[in-house]
Design a protein. Sequence first.
Length: 61
Amino acid sequence: MLEFSKKILSKVSFDKSLFKKELQKSTGWMSKKELMHLKIWALTAFAGYKKIILEVFDNIS
């Protein structure tokens, strides 16, 4: 699921709102370990979306 989420996020990275929506969906079905890897990858690959990424991961319950 992690690789699939990476692929989707890469494809929608042209639009901030779509990126945020897909990132939120991705976090719903991942294990804690996968979430950690996704967060690190997203912050590295999409540094321009840092605020969005941190917001999504801070809101995970």
